[in-house]
Write a protein that binds this ligand. Structure first.
Ligand SMILES: [Zn+2]
Length: 302
């Protein structure tokens, strides 16, 4: 189904399924996730998207978390230093890989006769998502978002999924840029164990800011199930528009992910049922989840 049909379904509060982890799935299949492997292992990327579609995902997400011009630039003192010691064409690479990522997701959906399945562009904070203390000055980042989002829009992405955000102020800038490009914005925030955002804002503050900006779906993501539950218990009673969740399974073991026995697919489904009871209707998996997890959700919810 295309985005309009999907949005109608979401607005009717019918359960809609996202995909699961991609970077961690690349790792689980024997490669490092430190590189997105878009050019080096396109078949691997393609196969993971196909596996998620076959598992029942209604939306697939590009493998582009933290793939941005700034993430390359951040390795250097300044542009002069980058020019002196950076690889050639480095600053163009993010845009090229963004195009590559959308093309791979598109190829996956067409190969399965599912050309209408919307592609969500995975976009996170400009600086490190888990370090709200390092957030950029929001007055200065609009053009940077607009440039990045234009690459995704030109490549054919259907939705901007702003994920693992830790504060509403950066999300507001991102949504504004999405609206300028006339594309739907979905926003996912990281909750902490106290039910606030990782950056400290209360869910009441989140609702206040998001009500003014109107993302099509508001999510909690990229945290262990217990943190998602804590955040959702506070968010759901305050938010009357579509709500979604996708949680972590395992532990972050920088720079990679550590798979653990916590929350197998069946146990994850039990958490999802609880989140659905609390009001979440757009459901998927974050780091550590696999196509098997999405399949379990499909079997239960459809
Ligand atoms: Zn995650």
């Amino acid at each position: 189904m295309g985005y309009t049909e999907l949005k109608n379904r979401i607005d009717d509060r019918q359960v809609t399924l996202l995909d699961g982890g991609i970077g961690t799935e690349i790792l689980r299949r024997g490669y490092t996730w430190a590189s997105h492997q878009l050019k080096t292992e396109p078949e691997l990327n393609l196969e993971i998207h196909q596996d998620y579609i076959n598992a029942g995902a209604d939306v697939i997400t590009t493998n582009t978390f933290q793939l941005s011009k700034r993430s390359f630039r951040n390795h250097f003192a300044n542009d002069k230093h980058l020019a002196a010691m950076g690889a050639s064409g480095l600053l163009d690479r993010a845009g090229e890989l963004i195009h590559e990522s959308v093309a791979l997701a598109d190829k996956a959906r067409s190969s399965l006769g599912r050309s209408n399945t919307p592609i969500a562009a995975s976009i996170t904070t400009l600086e490190w998502c888990f370090r709200p203390d390092r957030n950029p000055d929001v007055e200065k980042i609009y053009d940077e978002y607009l440039e990045e989002l234009t690459d995704y829009a030109d490549a054919g992405a259907d939705i901007f999924l702003f994920e693992t955000f830790n504060s509403t102020s950066e999300a507001e800038v991102a949504i504004k840029a999405a609206k300028e490009l006339k594309k739907p914005a979905w926003v996912a925030f990281v909750p902490y164990q106290d039910g606030r955002l990782l950056g400290g804002q209360t869910m009441a503050e989140v609702v206040d800011a998001m009500a003014r900006n109107e993302p099509d779906v508001l999510f909690l993501n990229c945290a262990p199930p217990e943190h998602i539950t804590a955040g959702l218990e506070q968010l759901a009673p305050l938010w009357d528009k579509p709500l979604g969740v996708y949680a972590h399974v395992g532990k972050f073991n920088p720079p990679e992910w550590q798979f653990t026995d916590d929350y197998n697919a069946e146990e994850y489904l039990q958490e999802c049922k609880h989140w659905h009871d609390l009001g979440a209707t757009v459901i998927g998996g974050c780091c550590g989840t696999t196509p098997e997890y999405i399949k379990k959700l499909t079997e239960y919810f459809s």
